[in-house]
Design a protein around this ligand. Sequence first.
Ligand code: SAM
Ligand code: SF4
Length: 351
Amino acid sequence: SFSALLDVLLVGKSPGREGWRLLLAGLDDGQDASLRAFAAEAARKRFGNGVFIRGLVEISSWCRNNCYYCGLRRSNRFASRYRLSQEQILDCCREGARLGFGTFVLQGGEDTEQDDDWIEDLIGKLRMEFPRHAITLSVGERDGEVYRRWRDAGAGRYLLRHETRNEAHYARLHPREMDGARRRECLRTLKALGYQTGAGMMVGTPGQTWDCLLDDIAFLEELEPEMIGMGPFVPAAHTPFARHPAGSVSLTLRLIALMRLRFPDALIPATTALATLDAHGREAGILAGANVVMPNLSPLAVRGRYSIYDHKASGGSEAAEGLHRLEQDLKKIGYHISYGRGDSPGHEVGK
Ligand code: SAM
Ligand code: SF4
C-alpha cells in the first residue's frame, strides 16, 4: 500500500521495482499531493528552507551530436550558433560572483572548437580568479583522461544526464552513432574521479513507458549520483520531435518527490524546462522536494539563442539579474536563497 511504501522510503530503503511502479503510476491525486508534501519535508529536514543557486553560463550552441530531441543538434540548419570566448565567460562569472553566486555551471553543446585543451585552460583561469567558487561542467561525453585533466585543473562537479536507461528507448532518441552505454561509462568515470556527479532523465520523451522510467530509477539507485536533473521533454522546432507533445509537469513533480525521498542528500534542480511549461513550475518543483535553481548568467546578447527547445524561459526570475525576483517568489512559498557553494553533503571540502 501507499503508506507502507512511503515507510520503506522514509527508512532509507528501496521499494523495489513493483513498489516503484505503484508509486509512479498507481497513486490517486490525494496520495500524489501527500507524496510531494513528504518530499518537501524531507528536503527541509536536510537543507532547511534554503534553495541553492547556480549561475548557468551557456558557453556554446554548437554541437557535433545529433540527439533527435534537441534544438542544438548538428542537423538543425535553423539553429542560431554562437560560441563565447574565454574572456566573455570570465565576464559572466565576474558578474555572477558580484551577484552572490558560489557556483558556476558551464554548459554547452559538444563544440569541437572549444576543445579539451581550451576547456582545461578556461578552468585554470577560473580557478585563479575564483579560488573559492565551485566550477561545474556540462559539456557532454569525453575520454576519462580528459575528465581527469579537468578535475586536476579545478573542476569539481559534472552534469551529464543519462537521458534514458532503456536501450531501445535510447535508440529511439538518438542516432546510431550515439550509445547509452558509453554515456553511463562516462558517469561512472566522473564519479570515480571524485566529481560531484549529476545524472538524470527527461520526462515524457517520445516512446517513454513506465518501464523506461523504472529502468531510470534502477540506474539512479545503482549510480547514486550527487545531483539528479529531471525535466519534462519540451518540443523543439526543426527537430524530428517538433510535433510531439511536451512531457507532463505533474509526472515530473512526482519523480522529483520520489527521488528526494529515496536520496535525501541529493541536489535536485527545479529545472528551466519545468518553469517553461508552467508559470509556477519552479516553485512547484521546490514544493515537491527540489532544492536547486539555475538562473541564467549568459550574456544578454546570446540569451535566447541557446535554444534547446521552444519558448525556453530565460528572463524574469530565471535570469541571474532577477535574483531579487527569485527571492520574492521563494519568499511567497516560505523559502529563501542559500548563497554559497552548496556542495553535496559530505563533499564540502571538494573543490
Ligand atoms: N551537450 C551537453 C549534454 O547533452 O549533456 C549539455 C547540454 S544539453 C542541451 C543539456 C540537457 O538538455 C540534456 O542533457 C537534455 O536532457 C536536455 N534537453 C535537450 N533537449 C531537450 C528538450 N527538447 N526538452 C527538454 N530537455 C532537453
Ligand atoms: Fe548536443 Fe547536448 Fe543537444 Fe545532444 S542534448 S544535441 S549533446 S547539446
